[in-house]
Design a binder for this molecule. Structure first.
Ligand code: TYM
Length: 325
């Protein structure tokens, strides 16, 4: 049994990449591990959020976890800002983190280009807060998509640097990145990852998209030159569509390739659009059945549990560095 921590930012609504790259794994992991799944609202505000919308998005993210199959009887679900020790530990880790290490972070570089007029200190410090999330709970494994691997690596570095200075305190965690589905690409541009902040809504399938609209997005998805339904190098669009198809249907890519020998892109996309439509209908039915009161109760229980663990760990950390406890 390992201790598992992961989180998603509550910005807009979550998309297929978040599900296939992250939450799908959480659902499997919760069976045999001690799991903590967080709505990382403090990370979200590194890009300006309308306060009213943010509040709704925090609840929507937690409802999404539940509707995708995270079970509050097996895993704890909570909101990052409900446990103040996350920011307290982030400050302490700031005194260990090197600016040069943070400057290497790909996501910071990308976001600095995307949000040129608001390259705030929080955006730069973002990976240190993420490290605090993880280290606060002696996490062993962090299930994430490919794009977050670098941040987990940095978390390991910070844990080791802290331990070296002050004595053994933190567990150095490992990232858990699936070979398959860890990088779902944009439907309109299969050379870039599917992203909530993409310029065009045709880039992603949001989990709360109208299922019919989502089906149309699949029909409109970019394809590769040629007409063969095959994954592999030189076929980024088909590799991506086959990956999505396989993960949603449970059929292997090999079987799907066989099934579509001799078919054109049209027939393949039509079937995939139906798979996506059905998946969204089923998800949204569950999502719409969860009340605000129900999700608030789950979040409250989660936060109470996590506060207990966080307070205990912070006493150890403060003691190590000579602060009064
Ligand atoms: P975020 O909110 O950008 O993404 C949440 C999760 O979804 C994965 N993901 C993808 N996987 C496959 N294909 C894609 N196109 C795709 N887009 C996103 C991400 O890799 C991630 O697993 N910093 C984190 C949130 C965070 C966190 C943490 C994660 C804060 N603290 C502690 C783990 C542990 C983030 O911004 O993820």
């Amino acid at each position: 049994m390992s201790r598992i921590f992961s989180g998603i930012q509550p910005t807009n609504n979550l998309h297929l990449g978040n599900y296939l790259g992250a939450v799908k794994n959480w659902v499997n992991l919760q069976k045999d591990n001690e799991c903590f799944f967080c709505v990382v609202d403090l990370h979200a505000i590194t890009v300006y959020q309308d306060p009213k919308v943010l509040r709704q998005n925090i609840l929507a993210a937690a409802k999404t976890y539940l509707a995708l199959g995270v079970d509050p009887k097996k895993a704890k679900i909570f909101v990052q800002s409900d446990v103040k020790e996350h920011t307290e530990l982030a400050w302490i880790l700031n005194t260990v983190a090197k600016i040069s290490e943070l400057e290497r972070m790909t996501q910071f570089k990308d976001k600095s280009i995307q949000h040129k007029s608001n390259i705030n200190v929080g955006l730069f410090d973002y990976p240190v807060l993420m490290a605090a999330d993880i280290l606060l709970y002696d996490t062993n494994l962090v299930p994430v998509g490919e794009d977050q691997k670098q941040h987990v690596e940095l978390t390991r570095v910070l844990a080791k640097q802290f331990n070296h200075l002050y004595g053994e305190t933190f567990v150095a965690p490992e990232s858990l990145v699936n070979k398959f589905g860890a990088r779902i690409m944009g439907l309109d541009d299969p050379t870039k990852k599917m992203s909530k902040s993409a310029a065009s809504a045709n880039n992603y399938v949001a989990l709360l998209d109208d299922p019919k609209v989502a089906a149309k997005k699949i029909m409109r998805a970019v394809t590769d030159s040629g007409s063969e339904i095959k994954s592999g190098s030189g076929k980024p669009a088909l590799t991506n569509l086959l990956t999505i198809y396989s993960l949603l249907s449970g059929e292997t890519v090999k079987d799907l390739e066989k099934k579509y020998i001799g078919s054109g892109y049209g027939a393949f996309k039509k079937d995939l659009s139906e798979v996506v439509e059905e998946f969204l209908k089923d998800f949204q039915k569950k999502y719409n059945n969860i009340s605000d009161a129900e999700v608030l109760k789950v979040l409250n229980t989660g936060a109470n549990h996590m506060r207990g663990l966080a307070e205990k760990k912070m006493k150890v950390v403060k003691n190590k560095i000579g602060l009064l406890v």
